[in-house]
Write a protein that binds this ligand. Structure first.
Ligand code: R5P
Length: 295
């Protein structure tokens, strides 16, 4: 097994290679003055099983192109099998045409990944499970929620109530509450499709005097978390934490979330940066190891 850490997931890729006790092939990577990406594999992949790890967080389009270039190069150089690990799958939220005439962007991205030559595809807490069924190659959606919840438990939050900002995230809080053991609930989020503004419907919540953690797949502008934290504050929650798998954390989202009353923002290295306190490397390596054990 050989790991190729893409430029957007270098540290994660190196961690995974260490956990798998295998080689991490260095990649020469640069951007030409006109903005085009250049990649060169600096190692032998012929007849090997290869794992490419490259997230597609901002700048999404460039990171996607680099992913496609790495996969297709590994295949062209004779890799036997290429698994594409894309922790954050860009464009997954545009999985249908919400307004007439809109692109169904994720379908185009899927076709590009397949065309690059990937033999299988893995991602983490993709926006909707249905997306995995649109791939024609084997595709898997892993969950980082248990590992995030374990981290919060280690921070002393055993017994905290897990809250989903909308019904779509209920699965996340079901998983989280298996670890935190404080039960779960959900809010009723509404987003204006044109302005993007988020509102939470009034709803009775059993959080008075209790610690709460809001779990979501993504924090993008922070609007969802700000609305959720404000609602929990109003309902009398004690300490409120926010946790997400993909901390995009655009603009002044950190400031607004903390000002709304959150104690801390916890994310994973699916999107590397200031908020990636939890690494998904064990999830990636265990998935590969367990596949190897399958008959
Ligand atoms: C949407 O349904 C997602 O699960 C997230 O709630 C959303 O992407 C967060 O975006 P923002 O931080 O901009 O509110």
């Amino acid at each position: 097994m050989i790991v190729i850490p893409g430029p957007a997931s270098r540290d994660l890729g190196v961690k995974v290679a260490k956990l798998l006790h295998c080689e991490a092939i260095p990649l020469e990577f640069k951007v030409f003055p006109d903005g085009e990406s250049y990649v060169r594999l600096k190692g032998e992949v012929r007849d090997s099983d290869v794992v490419v790890i490259q997230t597609t967080s901002p700048p999404q389009d460039s990171n996607l192109m680099r992913l496609l270039l790495i996969i297709s190069t590994a295949k062209r150089l004779g890799a036997r099998n290429v698994k594409a690990f894309v922790p954050y799958l860009a464009y997954a939220r545009q999985d249908k045409s919400f307004l007439e005439g809109e692109a169904v962007s994720i379908d185009t991205i899927i076709r590009l990944i397949e065309a690059s030559g990937a033999d299988s595809f893995y991602t983490v807490n993709v926006h909707s499970d249905d997306i995995m069924r649109r791939f024609r190659i084997p595709a898997f959606n892993l969950s980082a929620i248990p590992i995030l919840a374990e981290h919060l438990k280690e921070m002393g939050l055993l017994g905290a109530v897990s809250i989903a900002p909308d019904k779509g995230a209920i699965k996340l809080v079901e998983e989280a509450s298996e670890v935190l053991r404080g039960g779960y609930g959900w809010l009723e989020k509404r987003r204006d499709r044109i302005t993007g503004k988020v509102e939470m419907a009034e709803k009775p919540l059993d959080v008075k005097g209790r610690d709460a953690v809001v779990f979501d797949d993504i924090i993008s502008t922070g609007g969802t978390m700000v609305a959720a934290v404000s609602m929990l504050k109003k309902a009398g929650a004690r300490r409120i934490y926010v946790a997400c798998v993909h901390p995009l954390m655009l603009g002044d989202s950190e400031k607004r979330i903390l000002e709304s009353g959150a104690e801390k923002i916890i994310g994973t290295d699916s999107v590397p940066g200031k908020f990636s306190s939890v690494s998904i490397a064990p999830i990636v390596s265990n998935t590969i190891l367990n596949e190897g054990k399958r008959p």
